[in-house]
Design a protein around this ligand. Structure first.
Ligand code: NAD
Length: 347
């Protein structure tokens, strides 16, 4: 990428600030993007990842920071969007001194950018970083498991989708195909079975599958069989990009609503779901529970408050579905429009 291409990227995402840091002592290489502070100080996780080229790291940070602005705006949180990436292989390059150096950088922002977990950064890393800064979400410990709050939000999002499509929000008797029985998937399957729904699940990890089969009686299918299952709702809780040209024709559900980030391979795939009369709950609206809990943690709140705030995902989605129906516009387009309006109003 030459400098003109880098400028094109900045023009596309329009961040307020982009910082590149290098620390010769610890070999820390990090990019911090503050996308928007229109609604409050920027917040977003730190990803520690081995990018093949630094340009890809920059693009990832820009894209993820913008997504955080939209997610915060939709969740009605008094925060803006930001994101950080540390360039390197966490297995090889992550060590306490580097994390401490990174935490000192975060501290210099004095709360204008706060951060937390993402791929490659876990709770034990945040504990190390806490020695240097308090500007960390999820480090105070209102919960050891943000994913249970995310699952709580997905359950309420599914209920809103049932209400919108089936005329009743009760999960009881509904059939749900869950892709991924990891941290969020496990809790979602627990909540759904407790509420009387029938769950079928796929995963590539046999132990994760065995656990939900044994504990909740979930039916298990092969990874590729999950798309074509006849069910009320398909809940992607594993990978991004799984709603695409190959999978859409296979779908045999009325609703797509799950926790996975970036479920639509491209925005046009959300339009196709809409054409096929499959209701899509925009991912960054339905999966905001972990973010809401992280913010409560940051401001010294409580888990109870986080769970209550997360339940508002129900009304938020009902409103999006209603506008979508009224205007004939796919729900992901409606969500983006609401987020952009909120961000512009405050600029
Ligand atoms: P996780 O890594 O704990 O679980 C993902 C599961 O998906 C794993 O069990 C993995 O084996 C499985 N998987 C991988 N490939 C698969 C495939 N081809 N078919 C079926 N299963 C497959 O991750 P998580 O924290 O549960 O997050 C799940 C998704 O939700 C991710 O996209 C994540 O970005 C998103 N998300 C998570 C949170 C959170 O609070 N953890 C918050 C917002 C969004």
């Amino acid at each position: 990428m030459n400098i003109a291409q880098a400028h094109d990227l900045l023009e596309q995402y329009k961040p307020e600030e982009v910082h590149y840091f290098y620390d010769p002592t610890t070999k820390l290489k990090a990019i911090i993007v503050i996308h928007s502070t229109a609604l409050g100080p920027a917040t977003g996780g730190t990803r520690f990842f081995s990018y093949p080229q630094w340009e890809l790291a920059l693009e990832d940070a820009l894209r993820l920071a913008q997504a955080m602005s939209y997610k915060n705006a939709l969740a009605e949180l008094p925060f803006g969007g930001g994101k950080a990436v540390i360039l390197g292989d966490p297995k090889r390059d992550k060590h306490p001194k580097l994390l401490r150096a990174y935490a000192r950088l975060i501290h210099q922002f004095n709360g204008r950018f706060t951060t937390g977990e993402d791929v490659g950064i876990g709770p034990e890393d945040l504990r190390e970083m806490m020695q240097e800064t308090r500007f960390l979400a999820g480090a105070q410990g209102i919960t050891h498991d943000l994913s249970q709050v995310t699952a709580h939000g997905v359950l309420h999002g599914l209920r809103a989708a049932f209400q919108s499509v089936l005329g009743s929000d009760a999960p009881q008797g509904r059939t749900i195909a869950v892709q991924g029985a990891g941290k969020v998937g496990y809790h979602l399957i627990r909540l759904l079975t407790e509420a009387g729904a029938r769950v079928t699940v796929s995963d590539v990890d046999a132990r994760a599958l065995e656990r939900v089969r044994r504990e909740f009686g979930a039916q298990v299918v092969e990874p590729n069989a999950i798309y074509a299952l006849e069910c009320d709702a398909f809940a992607p809780c594993a990978l991004g990009g799984i709603i695409n040209d190959q999978t859409i024709p296979l779908l045999n559900c009325k609703i797509v609503a799950g926790s996975a980030n970036n479920q639509l391979k491209e925005p046009r795939h959300g339009d196709r779901l809409h054409e096929f009369d499959i209701l899509y709950a925009p991912d960054y609206v339905i999966n905001a529970g972990g973010l809401i809990a992280g913010v409560q943690d940051l401001i010294g709140g409580s888990l109870e408050r986080a769970l209550k705030d997360t339940e508002k995902i129900y009304d938020r989605l009902l409103k999006i579905f209603e506008i979508s129906r009224r205007e004939g516009l796919a729900p992901h387009r409606v969500a983006d429009r609401i987020a952009e309006e909120r961000l512009c109003k405050r600029q």
